[in-house]
Write a protein that binds this ligand. Structure first.
Ligand code: NAD
Length: 344
């Protein structure tokens, strides 16, 4: 018998990643879609094959469903993911895991209580250039990491979300919570933790709602830009910039500066990883373009999640990893709001 999956929330991330990747996974038999806007679940059931339910409890109490993808908006993750785990489902929760540490802990506690798998969709870890960079850093091919700089910016979620208007939930404080920091920044925080095998410990930051406006033409309630300086537990220093106002071209790049050279990741379209050594040697890797709003290829996340269930292994991104990334993002926002250096 194959695996039966329920998906909560049938917006862009479900349409572009979860539904196609479950469909392509050979161990998944069936998908059941749920959205509080039924026309969205029906459209995806038609597009990918599958059935729909009219309310979330039908999914959560269906004993034939093994797995839930929680693709609802940020403020609901702790409600759906907690319930799904306590109902005996394995859960792949979208990022950010939640908007508060307390809510993240509810999900983590439910995971412990149920013994089911919980993975959070920090998909940056899975891209080929990030995997290769991790290998080089781990082997200390360029010596130890000293400093880093990371950026994630595009033209904004009102171009991405299913509801392509300025009334998007991404711009609302009570639903998006953390603005661009929770939307894009949290990806890079998790990536830095992963690549460097380290944790960000101290942060300072500036933020602003510089350009985005809501449906009433007022500045949005959350930050559309945030920049930060970071210090890790192992003493590495870094800078980070996260933006919803990079009009014209997305920037998804990271540079890692080591004792014997530099790793440039997603700087050039042609060579997704470039290694430049102290003595001037340059090695360029042609791997694969990163998934962007305009380039949706298999992220590898769903396959890894299904594999962790089948082989009964710890998922590659745990609830604890996601909580750690959330704590750093909350720290960055607090630093920006208080103009203080925050220790995570
Ligand atoms: N991992 C990634 O790279 C990535 C990329 C984009 C979005 N996301 C995350 O995925 C989640 C969904 O984002 P999206 O871009 O698909 O948003 P979206 O606005 O396109 O879609 C969200 C869908 O969820 C439904 N929904 C929201 N709350 C619900 C509720 N309480 N009950 C029932 N349905 C509900 C909405 O009706 C909508 O159809 C967010 O948490 C977002 O941060 C992750």
């Amino acid at each position: 018998m194959g695996i039966k999956v329920g998906i909560i929330g049938c917006g862009s991330i479900t349409k572009l990643r979860h539904a196609p990747e479950y469909t392509a996974n050979p161990f998944v038999d069936e998908i059941v879609f749920y959205d509080r806007n039924p026309e969205r679940s029906e459209a995806l059931a038609e597009m990918f094959g599958g059935t729909v339910v009219q309310n979330v409890d039908e999914l959560l109490t269906d004993s034939t469903i093994d797995v839930i993808s929680d693709c609802s908006s940020n403020e609901s993750h702790h409600i759906f993911s907690t319930k799904a785990l306590l109902n005996g489902k394995h859960v792949l929760c979208e990022k950010p895991i939640s908007l508060t540490i307390e809510h993240a802990r509810e999900i983590l506690d439910a995971q412990k209580q149920s013994g089911k798998k919980l993975m959070v969709d920090h998909n940056q870890r899975f891209t080929r250039a990030h995997q290769k960079a991790k290998e080089i850093i781990q082997r200390e091919e360029l010596g130890k990491v000293l400093t880093f700089s990371t950026t994630f910016g595009h033209s904004g979620p009102e171009q991405w979300g299913i509801n392509k208007t300025n009334s998007t939930w991404f711009f609302q404080k009570e639903r998006s919570g953390l603005g661009v920091a929770g939307d894009l920044g949290i990806h890079k925080v998790d990536l830095i933790h992963y690549l460097l095998d380290d944790e960000i410990e101290q942060v300072s930051a500036f933020q602003g709602a510089l350009d985005k406006v809501n449906e009433n033409n007022e500045p949005i309630e959350v930050c559309d830009n945030i920049v930060s300086s970071l210090k890790t537990k192992k003493g590495r220093l870094g800078t980070a910039a996260f933006s919803w106002t990079y009009y014209g071209e997305e920037d998804n790049s990271t540079i890692i500066y080591c004792e014997k050279g530099i790793l440039k990741i997603y700087h050039s379209d042609e060579h997704q990883l470039e290694v430049i050594t102290k003595d001037g040697e340059k090695v360029q890797y042609k791997l694969e373009n990163i998934q962007t709003n305009n380039n949706q290829t298999n992220s590898g996340v769903i396959d890894a999640f299904i594999e962790s269930i089948r082989l009964d292994q710890q998922p590659l991104v745990t609830g604890e990893d996601a909580l750690l990334a959330l704590k750093v993002i909350l720290g960055i926002i607090e630093a920006a709001e208080t103009s203080k250096v925050i220790t995570i």
